[in-house]
Design a protein around this ligand. Structure first.
Ligand SMILES: [Zn+2]
Ligand SMILES: [Zn+2]
Length: 189
């Protein structure tokens, strides 16, 4: 059984998951509606999932795209008809929303995830605020996660584990720092 993902905008029959694409069940009767799962991959969205396709068949939907800079952004996508053919069209003009982790303590705009850091989305315009993922690695700590970065931006400090001078892991506070992104608070313990 192929799973249905919605209604064909062209003929009203079911649109089903056919592996590499979503196609109309009415194709035997001449309906050529189909959307390739990887049709947005060249723009940074590798696969249109069944859940996303379901949303697109109902209305426009926000899908995430990985930019060449490594930043993930959400853009509105809708199915549009061009020369009788349907295709998934991305609106790069409107509805741009980076997956925000919080506000930049320096300039106030969204902090988003980059390959090596959680940084200000305005870095191209010169804001250098960034929490590097391996900020506590030299202290024997683990790479910071998205969740930790979010919490750090919200609360201004989080508890992390680093290796002490006695080689034992210990908990320390990691403070948000507008100049260095974050810094370990050694005074507190
Ligand atoms: Zn159809
Ligand atoms: Zn900033």
């Amino acid at each position: 059984m192929q799973s249905k993902v919605g209604k064909c905008p062209k003929c009203g029959k079911a649109v089903v998951d056919r592996g590499s694409f979503y196609g109309c069940a009415g194709f035997v009767k001449g309906c050529d509606f189909s959307i390739g799962k990887s049709s947005l991959s060249h723009l940074g969205h590798p696969t249109i999932t069944p859940k996303e396709m379901r949303a697109l068949l109902k209305d426009s939907a926000q899908l995430s795209f990985r930019m060449s800079s490594g930043v993930e952004r959400l853009y509105w996508v809708e199915l549009v008809q061009k020369d009788g053919k349907y295709l998934a069209q991305v609106d790069f003009e409107a509805g741009v929303a980076a997956k925000s982790l919080g506000s930049c303590p320096v300039c106030g705009v969204d902090v988003v995830e980059y390959p090596l850091s959680f940084g200000c989305s305005r870095w191209e315009e010169g804001c250098e605020f960034a929490i590097f993922k391996d900020a506590i690695k030299r202290f024997g700590g683990k790479a910071l996660t998205k969740k930790q970065a979010k919490e750090l931006l919200q609360k201004g400090q989080i508890e992390v584990k680093i290796r002490g001078f006695d080689k034992k892991m210990k908990k320390v506070n990691l403070l948000l720092d507008s100049e260095f992104g974050c810094r370990v608070d050694f005074k507190n313990r």
